[in-house]
Design a protein around this ligand. Structure first.
Ligand code: PLP
Length: 376
């Protein structure tokens, strides 16, 4: 059966990227690898829109995030974690695990963090850093990181952004917005298999490193080695070769066009599910361009039926949302026909499961939302 991967990570990988990864393995300290490594690091800076070093780790996104925690947290120091879903809560748990004195600005899952709340919280209690998720993949909410970062800067704190599911899908202006650390992973909008984590680290963040013991994730060790194009540990050379090609594809399309495509895919997905009669869980707004979360008490059955009958993988809900929502990912190598395929199949299985869905309208609504929309 043909397989369709419509989850918010891992995401489908373009054939050019797979081909690059299938090339013979080269030695990481040889001239066969260095130009690829250098180009990949340069392209990462372009995609992160930063002049700072983007440190690459053989790890998933969580590992790259842990690099930020072990480099910035010294036990007992005050930190503020903003959470509104699964990943924000993970970062609260991780910063606490490393001994930070954590104040958690905790929203219900599905709510959108607000810059004024962050400002008010920092007025009550200072923090060395504020940890915030740009795209909370568990809910589909994309926060206004630009405004939140501005509030954090007013208070003189560092801002650390989880951009694991947003980098390369929605704007993330590392330097222009004053983001001190931006963390991401290879397996989402960067269109590469899982296995590479990255952290763009500003000089300000680098200078404020703490005293927690660290080795593999030590920023200084990786920064120094990367600057000499001499990775500190054996990098996954095939993944780096793939990521290099994937970043080239993103830059060739043009980041602004990539962002616009994601906005339009989000509009199309929302229009389609609403036309069928489903209720959205994720917000009805253009920023929500990463994943569309849909309420359904039959979510578990719909996901299972899609997989068994059509080879389609959607994501379910996490935590308390398990069994209550299904999520359609549309980040990375996605186009409108991925959305219409997902919608057409959802319509069939939902109707078979006895869900009251309006037939024959979702695909048309999605196509219209995609075609007849321009993004300012
Ligand atoms: N943060 C967000 C927003 C994510 O979507 C994910 C992965 O789903 C992570 C962090 C964790 O990344 P990883 O699974 O690569 O460790």
């Amino acid at each position: 059966m043909k397989k369709y991967l419509f989850t918010p990570g891992p995401t489908p990988v373009p054939p050019e990227v797979l081909a690059a990864m299938g090339a013979p393995v080269v030695h990481h300290r040889s001239p066969d690898f260095r130009p690829v490594y250098e180009r990949c690091l340069t392209r990462l800076r372009e995609v992160c829109r930063t002049q700072s070093d983007v440190l690459l780790f053989t790890a998933s996104g969580t590992g790259a995030f842990e690099s930020a925690v072990v480099n910035l947290v010294t036990p007992g120091e005050p930190h503020l974690v903003v959470s509104a879903g699964s990943f924000g809560e993970r970062w609260a748990a991780m910063t606490k695990a490393y001994g930070a004195d954590v104040d958690q600005l905790q929203y219900a899952w599905g709510e959108t963090p607000d810059a004024d709340d962050v400002r008010a919280r920092l007025a009550e209690r200072e923090a060395k850093a504020v940890w915030v998720v740009q795209s909370e993949t568990s809910t589909g909410v994309v926060a206004d990181v630009q405004s939140i970062a501005a509030a954090v800067k007013e208070a003189g704190a560092l801002v650390v952004v989880d951009a694991v599911s947003s980098l390369g899908a929605v704007p993330c202006e590392t330097d222009a917005w004053g983001l001190d650390v931006v963390v991401s992973g290879s397996q989402k909008a960067l269109m590469t298999p899982p296995g590479l984590g990255l952290a763009a680290v500003s000089d300000a963040a680098f200078e404020r490193r703490g005293s927690t013991a660290r080795f593999y994730f030590d920023w200084e060790r990786t920064r120094k080695a990367q600057r000499a194009l001499d990775a500190p540990f054996t990098p996954p050379v095939s993944l780096v070769a793939g990521l290099d090609v994937a970043l080239g594809l993103l830059l060739e399309e043009g980041l602004e066009d990539v962002f616009e495509r994601h906005v339009r895919l989000g509009r199309a997905a929302r229009a389609g599910v609403k036309a069928m009669g489903f209720e959205l869980f994720s917000p009805e707004e253009d920023r929500s361009a990463v994943v569309t979360a849909v309420r359904s008490t039959e979510a578990g059955e719909i996901i299972a039926a899609l997989r068994d009958r059509f080879g389609i993988t959607l994501a379910g809900g996490q935590g308390d949302l398990k069994g209550k929502i299904f999520r359609i990912g549309h980040i990375g190598w996605f186009d409108i026909f991925d959305i219409t395929t997902a919608l057409a199949a959802i319509e069939i299985v939902a109707a078979e499961l006895g869900v009251e869905v309006e037939r024959g309208v979702a695909v048309t609504a999605a196509l219209e939302a995609y075609e007849h929309s321009t993004v300012a």
